[in-house]
Structures are given as structure tokens and as C-alpha cells.
Design a protein around this ligand. Structure first.
Ligand SMILES: *Cc1c(COP(=O)(O)O)cnc(C)c1O
Length: 233
């Protein structure tokens, strides 16, 4: 696959998402591909845009803002990386969704800036399902309380959950992680709290997105399989 054009890579990923949806009896419209473009130059993002991509994922505030300034305005920008509170103000009116909310203090900051800028911000709660020490995110046990606390804050919409599954050789090893995130979202949705919409599951990356789709992902975040390998991160 690598060595192909970005357009061909996207077509290949889309085809696999299609197949997984049919196998799982899911409607293809339920799943959106986020092209994870971190570290990649805007020319490559433009190529993905020309191939039809409108959802892009970045993990650094400065990089997201720089790309936002020069690329078409109908792009939906997804902040998928760890977010520091002092940087929230730079992106709150530029992002379509923040996937990496893992504390009440961060949510309060996003809410405060959103009120100031008079925008609503879609957020996901990042859950560290596998309890990996090296990863951000709350545990499954903490997630429900955090969601309930955040639901009270103005100008925020809690749209669902996100997880970064462990790096594994065989994607099947992550099936349980995806199942658990899905189940957690269903559990939280049952509480029927105002302002909580557990309709979004952001899970699956280049190594395991087919499994994530079969377990209910509504966003898959795919970088390497579209843009090729990255230097460093
Ligand atoms: C980099 C990154 C991805 C994409 O990873 P690939 O393995 O290149 O597809 C997805 N999600 C998050 C949070 C990331 O930081």
C-alpha cells in the first residue's frame, strides 16, 4: 500500500471500512474516516482533501492552527492529541471536535473559552481502556462521573468516547478494548442526562481500524495507511 498515492491509499482504507460495515451489518454512513495528518505538510493534506477527505486529525495546537489558516474552510478539524489548558484558547473556535478530554479542569477551560468566543464545542472523553501507564485518559470507572460533571458546563456537547488502543502485533488483540468502550458508551447513554450524546466512538488507527469498525467505531483515525510512515511520532 505504501508507495501508492494518497488518493489510492484513501480508496483502499475506504474499501476496507466498506467491507467491515457490510460484514457487521452496519450502515456505511455511520463511520467517518479521519485522516490523521500530524507532521505532514499541507500539500499532502490538500491531496487528501482533493480526494474527498473533509475530516483531519492533528495532535499539536500550533500545527493545527497553522494548517487551519491555509487550507479550505470546510475542513472539520479534530484535535486528537493531549491538550494543555493554556492552549485551549487558540483552537476552541477552529476545531470541530476535541477527542482528548480527560479531566474536569480541561473541560472547564474549554467551556470558559467557548463561552467567551460564543461557540459550542463537541468533545469526547478519552478513556484509557487498557489502563496503560504511558497513556492519557481516564479509566472506565472514572469515565461516567467525569461525563456527568462535564455535562453541566455551558457551551460543551459531550458526543461520546475516544480511546487509543495498545500497540499490538495482531489487531484482534484489541477487539476486547473496542467492545469495552462501546459497552461503556451504552451504559452512560442509559442514564439519559441532558447534554450527553453517546453517539460517537472514536477508535481504531492504521493497525486496527477494521476491528474497530466491526465493534462499532463511528470515527476511525488513520494516519500511516494514508500518508505513509512518520518520522519521530
Ligand atoms: C497518530 C495518531 C493516530 C494515527 O495513527 P496511525 O497509526 O498512523 O494511523 C490516531 N490517533 C491518535 C490519537 C494519534 O495520535
Amino acid at each position: 500500500m505504501l508507495g501508492n498515492s494518497i488518493k489510492e491509499n484513501i480508496a483502499e482504507v475506504e474499501k476496507i471500512i466498506d467491507e467491515e460495515c457490510s460484514k457487521a451489518g452496519r450502515n456505511r454512513n455511520e463511520v467517518t474516516l479521519i485522516a490523521v495528518s500530524k507532521t505532514k505538510p499541507v500539500e499532502m493534506l490538500q491531496e487528501a482533501y482533493d480526494a474527498g477527505c473533509r475530516d483531519f486529525g492533528e495532535n499539536k495546537v500550533q500545527e493545527l492552527v497553522d494548517k487551519y489558516e491555509v487550507l479550505p474552510k470546510d475542513i472539520r478539524w479534530h484535535m486528537i492529541g493531549h491538550l494543555q489548558r493554556n492552549k485551549v484558547k487558540y483552537i476552541v473556535d477552529k476545531v470541530y471536535m476535541i477527542h482528548s478530554v480527560d479531566s474536569l479542569r480541561l473541560a472547564e477551560e474549554i467551556s470558559k473559552e467557548a463561552v467567551k468566543k460564543r461557540v459550542d464545542v463537541n468533545i469526547l472523553i478519552e478513556v484509557n481502556v487498557a489502563n496503560e501507564e504511558t497513556k492519557f485518559g481516564v479509566s472506565c470507572e472514572e469515565a461516567k462521573k467525569l461525563v456527568m460533571d462535564i455535562a453541566k458546563l455551558p457551551n460543551l456537547k459531550v458526543k461520546g468516547l475516544m480511546t487509543i488502543a495498545p500497540f499490538v502485533e495482531n489487531a484482534e488483540e484489541n477487539r476486547d478494548i473496542f467492545k469495552k468502550l462501546n459497552k461503556l458508551a451504552v451504559d452512560i447513554a442509559r442514564e439519559k442526562v441532558d447534554n450527553i450524546f453517546m453517539e460517537t466512538l472514536s477508535m481504531g488507527m492504521s493497525g486496527d481500524y477494521p476491528v474497530a469498525v466491526s465493534e462499532g467505531a463511528t470515527y476511525v483515525r488513520v494516519g500511516t495507511s494514508i500518508f505513509g510512515i512518520r518520522k519521530g511520532i
